[in-house]
Design a binder for this molecule. Structure first.
Ligand SMILES: [Zn+2]
Length: 212
């Protein structure tokens, strides 16, 4: 492979789950230091409201995109970032997120698909949610407190990622992004309107792409 053998590459465990809890600090730092932070697209930008293209080339360009996404995520102080949030029409998201056991997860996944949960795994949690593409707004949104996503790693290997609590919320939120949905699209009309009002009244603390 032409891609450099990077120390921060993560493997998979016996069940095919991405090992995303080891060397988090070193891996996240290496990605963002190689990357360039880019401004964040916001609600109304067409790239956020359509399904992104599948990743088909697991090459240096993808690796550079992932580095830029980690850099952008850090600048915006996010816990997850989808490629279309920096204007790139590709199905990939990165994350740096704590689960409800206080364990940090750092990783990237391409072409993610949420797996269906068994009824006994479906416990809804109605915590607050926010999005870098809807700056300064938050709203309560019920989502399952456990999630499993399958897809490919940066080299094209089949992987799965699983998480609980806030990290499960992140996995669902980021996967939604890549299919053209924002969390506010899952709110009631009234709550959505309120979130957009919060956004209109607030000032983002990071660079955003102005809508036309
Ligand atoms: Zn978001």
């Amino acid at each position: 492979m032409s891609q450099q053998e990077t120390d921060e590459q993560v493997g998979v465990d016996d069940e095919g789950f991405l090992v995303d809890t080891e060397d988090c600090e070193a891996r996240e730092t290496a990605h963002r230091e190689r990357g360039t932070s880019r401004p964040i697209t916001v609600v109304g930008n067409p790239v956020l409201h359509k399904e992104c293209k599948d990743v088909t080339a697991f090459d240096d360009e993808l690796a550079r995109l992932i580095d830029d996404m980690f850099a952008s995520q850090r600048t915006a102080e996010g816990v997850g970032l989808a490629a279309n949030q920096i204007g790139v029409d590709l199905k990939v998201f990165v994350y740096d997120c704590m689960d409800d056991d206080g364990v940090r997860h750092v990783g990237a996944i391409c072409n993610p698909v949420l797996e269906d949960l068994a009824p006994e795994q479906r416990n809804l949690d109605d915590s607050n949610e926010g999005c870098l593409s809807v700056p300064t707004a938050y709203a309560s949104l019920a989502r399952p407190d456990y999630a499993v996503v399958r897809g490919k790693d940066a080299r094209g290997n089949d992987v799965r990622v699983r998480g609980n609590g806030y990290f499960a919320r992140c996995l669902q939120h980021e996967t939604d992004h890549l299919y053209g949905y924002l969390y506010i699209d899952r709110l009631s009309k009234r709550d959505r309107k309120d979130a957009l009002k919060q956004m209109a009244e607030g000032t983002p603390r990071y660079p955003v792409v102005a809508n036309d």
